[in-house]
Design a protein around this ligand. Sequence first.
Ligand SMILES: Nc1ncnc2c1ncn2[C@@H]1O[C@H](COP(=O)(O)OP(=O)(O)O)[C@@H](O)[C@H]1O
Ligand SMILES: [Mg+2]
Length: 268
Amino acid sequence: MLCQKNLDHVDSGVIHVEDSRGLNWSKDAESIIMVTQDNTEQKFISETMKRMEELHIVGQLAASLGHEIRNPISVVKGFLQILRGKNELFRYTEYLDMMISEVDRVDSMMNEFLAFGRLGGGDPAHCNLNDIIRSILPLLRAYASELGKRILIELEEIPDLELNEKEIRQMVMNLVRNGLEAMAVGGVLTIRTFYADKQVVLAVQDQGEGIPPYILEKLGTPFLTTKDNGTGLGLSVCLHIVAKHRGSIDVQTGENGTAFFVRFPYKS
Ligand SMILES: Nc1ncnc2c1ncn2[C@@H]1O[C@H](COP(=O)(O)OP(=O)(O)O)[C@@H](O)[C@H]1O
Ligand SMILES: [Mg+2]
């Protein structure tokens, strides 16, 4: 018989154990022998692989469906805008605005969905995470100021890594956008990088109200969103990218804000 359990583990939270009990035990037995194998790593790998496979399928679907859907959407939006400009339809302006904003929502969902399909383009190259962050900083700052918020950066010296630049850019943008969207006007978001314990770490910290527990437990599930015009795809894309780079991602959240930590292993 094979059974699986999760046990609390001193440093890693949970340790996955697989134990085989090939022994018959009876009431008279004085002892039983249990063979136990630490399966934490295998379980992590198989779960990550399964997840990547699922996301790969989503990616292929996205690539083929995305363009097909976006074309009719832009036609519909174009005609809605024409109708909105007609005087005789003035009393329907509110409805037309709602329709346009919903069409926009589908469009931005398709944009992010298409990002799945684009993942994997380009090879990883020897580069520095700090340079990638600096290259998109003007864009991030523009978005922040549009929302009335600010971005601080604290980039320490870190070693170069093998990174797929496009993917890392997308991951940083998704995390930063989430942080900015989580804060009230005037909030400050901090992007930090540092090197510790043979890992290059990216930390994106906001001053929002934190992630509610019911979202936290499902974080990263595609289409999970609490935003009116959210897509719920940003974090799943991040997870996919980080897994491809053999990194890990963890989150600390509370009423004073949320920090996402992305850790990339560094082998000198
Ligand atoms: N920094 C954050 N602070 C608070 N909640 C967050 C943060 N990042 C993500 N979330 C929560 O996770 C959900 C999923 O995020 P994401 O996958 O990027 O999709 P979207 O941003 O389109 O909603 C968000 O709707 C939000 O509820
Ligand atoms: Mg998002």
